[in-house]
Design a protein around this ligand. Structure first.
Ligand code: ATP
Ligand code: MG
Length: 284
């Protein structure tokens, strides 16, 4: 069964003009259990709207959103759905509510009515999972951006979700903080089988995901492995998106007549391709 299934899903905000196009139009999308997917798209294309539809913060105005087969529009299932799909937002400061890290992580399960001894266990486990256990009695506002975002992720983990949707979780972070958050999510996906949907505008992050989706004009216009998607620079540019830097470099060199493979994803592959090319030329 799919973790998420957008079944001809459309969405239009209330109080928008009668004749305005819906933000999302007839989106048909399966997100498999245990997958690690990036969602890309130009500014204002509806990525955050889609994220909120995944955990019933918003409900479709057309079609359906199913979470593990359950329609998010079913009112008596909405608590279950929010427990199943956790949402991590861009700004960690808006997600941390208390003055001590472990209290913050306990906040979610407390609201779900989890018994105290179980909360203790979940909080310790969640903080260890994101590598923040040693900071459990620190003040969240004194942490770095990456650390705060990891605490926010621990807060979601403590609710034991099957799926975590992250809406540009690294946008406010420096490169090290971004790497920490991405590595944490990769590990949670690998070790705990948590399904991850990562909304990002960093192509380097998308390059590390198993599947990449592009949302544009209310629809999913590209869907494939990272390698497939980043082999299609013209379509990406048309969606206002870039290539990851190493892929962009190879693309420019190719345009200048140097024979290099397409679909380069990271620095390592870029260096390898350049060395191979160099050796081929040097041996001639
Ligand atoms: N509450 C709202 N009421 C009306 N329109 C809204 C509301 N929230 C967002 N919109 C509009 O819906 C569209 C999609 O917004 P959304 O925030 O989902 O896009 P996004 O892809 O996340 O953008 P960004 O890249 O800036 O994060 C935009 O045109 C936005 O102006
Ligand atoms: Mg957004």
């Amino acid at each position: 069964m799919d973790m998420l299934f957008a079944d001809h899903l459309s969405f239009k905000y209330e109080y928008t003009p009668e004749d305005a196009a819906p933000v999302l139009r007839d989106v048909l999308l399966h997100v498999e259990k245990g997958s690690f997917t990036a969602l890309l798209g130009p500014n204002g294309c509806g990525k955050s709207t889609f994220a909120k539809l995944c955990n019933a913060m918003l409900l479709p105005t057309g079609g359906k959103m199913l979470v593990l087969g359950t329609d998010t529009a079913q009112e008596d299932k909405q608590l279950d759905i929010r427990r199943t799909v956790g949402l991590v937002l861009q700004n960690p400061d808006n997600q941390l509510v208390t003055t001590i890290v472990e209290e913050d992580v306990a906040f979610g399960p407390e609201n779900l009515g989890v018994p105290p001894e179980e909360i203790r266990r979940r909080v310790d486990d969640a903080l260890r999972a994101v590598g923040m256990y040693d900071y459990r009695s620190h003040a969240p506002h004194k942490l770095s951006g990456g650390q705060k975002q990891r605490v926010a992720i621990a807060g979601i983990l403590a609710m034991q979700p099957d799926c975590i949707v992250l809406d540009e979780p690294t946008a406010m972070l420096d490169p090290q903080g971004r790497a920490e958050v991405l590595e944490t999510m990769r590990r949670l996906n690998r070790e705990r089988g948590i399904t991850v949907l990562l909304i990002t505008h960093y192509m380097e992050e998308a390059a590390e995901c198993d599947r990449v989706l592009v949302l544009q004009n209310g629809r999913i216009t590209m869907d494939g492995t990272a390698r497939e998607i980043f082999s299609r620079p013209d379509e990406l540019r048309a969606a206002d998106l870039d290539l990851p830097q190493p892929a962009d470099l190879c693309e420019r060199l190719r345009a200048a007549g140097i024979d290099l493979p397409t679909g380069i994803l990271n620095e390592e592959e870029c260096v390898r391709a350049l060395v191979q090319r160099w050796e081929a030329v040097a041996c001639r």
